[in-house]
Ligand binder design. Structure first.
Ligand SMILES: [Zn+2]
Length: 75
């Protein structure tokens, strides 16, 4: 699951900005649009379409889960 792309939480409070990326839904293989977070001076090691990472980290007091590999919203 993830936030609808028009309802992404405000990450400017932690210095971040969103872009919208098209990736594949893990369960169904359909193209889906998700938010990808960007932080100054930080680049994610993987692109969302080719991300092998299955784990994320929680931000914003546990209301936002970002993939550790590509920074997409996995809340
Ligand atoms: Zn990822």
């Amino acid at each position: 699951m993830s936030y609808p792309v028009d309802q992404l939480p405000d990450i400017s409070v932690i210095g971040g900005t969103w872009t919208i990326v098209s990736t594949r839904d893990c369960a169904y293989g359909r193209p889906v649009e998700v938010g990808q977070a960007h932080f100054p001076g930080w680049e994610w090691p993987y692109q969302p379409k080719a991300c092998p990472i299955q784990h994320g980290s929680w931000y914003l007091d546990g209301t936002l889960l970002l993939c550790n590999g590509c920074g997409t919203d996995g809340t």
